[in-house]
Write a protein that binds this ligand. Sequence first.
Ligand code: 5AD
Ligand code: SF4
Length: 475
Amino acid sequence: MSDIELRSKEETARQYEFMSKVELIVREMSGKAGRKLTACIKTFGCQMNARDSEKLTGILRKVGYDIIPEDREEEADFIIYNTCTVRENANLKVYGRLGKLGHIKESRPELMIALCGCMMQEPDVVEKIRRSYKFVDIVFGTHNIFELPELLCKRFEEQRQVIEIWDDTDKVVEDLPAERKYSFKSGVNIMFGCNNFCSYCIVPYVRGRERSRKPEDIIAEIERLSADGVKEIMLLGQNVNSYGKNLENPISFAKLLEEVCKVEGIERVRFMTSHPKDLSDELIEVMAKNSKICNHLHLPLQSGSSRVLKEMNRHYTKEGYLELVDKLRAAIPDIALTTDIIVGFPGETEEDFLETMDVVERVEYDSAFTFIYSKRTGTPAAKMEDQIPEDVIKDRFDRLLKLVQEKATKKNKELEGKTLPVLVETINPQDSSLVSGRLENNSMVHFPGDVSLIGQVVDVKLCEAKGFYYLGSRA
Ligand code: 5AD
Ligand code: SF4
């Protein structure tokens, strides 16, 4: 066992000791309150944060909290915000909600509030919380979420604001509790951090350098999940295509995928996110021949202009991206493609923007997330001259969104009449005679069914395409 692995194992054991201590404290508090204490975790941002929140949930449940849903936040004894900072408005949302929490805490001083996630890795944010939001009890970052038991213990014992942020870490702490939101599907981290430094992006600064988990740890986790009823796995990393390169025994992402597909009981495998610059022929081949891998690829474009892509430090060109799409479609003809696009990057001209529109026109994405460029302090793009005026960005954004929607509707229509497998997720919240589930391409399908179907993969005829979802019937 390497030094790092040994330290990580010791850390897990240490946190279990803190969990036992906190459990006693929470039990005593519950006894005094005459009821079980409740906790609520509000998650902002991406799939990584969603998975982190499942880990926080697992820890809180273990120490004796009942977990209540986000819409009952105001009655919780302990509120955690797992924050995102990828765009400025994510930060503004958190400050807005914190203001409200401050008022609740005035009338209920025993309410505990914790903040964690990407926003907390920014020194300015932590300083502001220290100064202006003194009522926040615990603050921690992305590198030490596993320390929640220790930080809780400290907060209970020392009765003061506890702030613990790490700049980076080489530790990957395994084997702490985690509780899934869905019984039948789960995200699995395969790597943490990002080394790409796209010039607009704050992620490498708040999530740290790339660290891959060992394949045997990943497979062991997936085997445990499968034994526990999980059928669909989403492998998570900021850039999964560079998985395994820095491991002691390097292994490619494609090889890992093949190993994951061998796990018995797992019926569907997804992954996120792929960087176009690192997408290998080996991966395309593995995707084409392995039926468990969903026919879907999220391939962020960001911009269709080669000049802007260079400024963004993306390491591919418009032509290179289009060639990759052709290669993918040749190998996997019915693959669904989705993407992320940023509008209004500094210096983006109308011509640059039209290049982006051209790629959307040609690729015909099944769906696309479109974002207005947000200036993130500390990134190279924030210092670039020629930031684009708001009205110009808004106009481009509206034009792009219209085209994206047109294409998505067209793609959506193409599947009408087909019969495809659907993993059933829930009873439809609007109409309880229907169930809702997802196709391999991640689109939602609603069809008549009951609770017994939840967690099952069933064949459904897609009777009517509704733009972003389908109405169907059991085949
Ligand atoms: N402004 C706008 N969008 C951004 N993204 C990342 N950083 C920024 C930013 N500063 C988008 C990218 C990425 C997605 C997760 O968020 O499109 O793929
Ligand atoms: Fe950000 Fe680029 Fe890394 Fe994605 S690949 S997280 S956009 S730096």
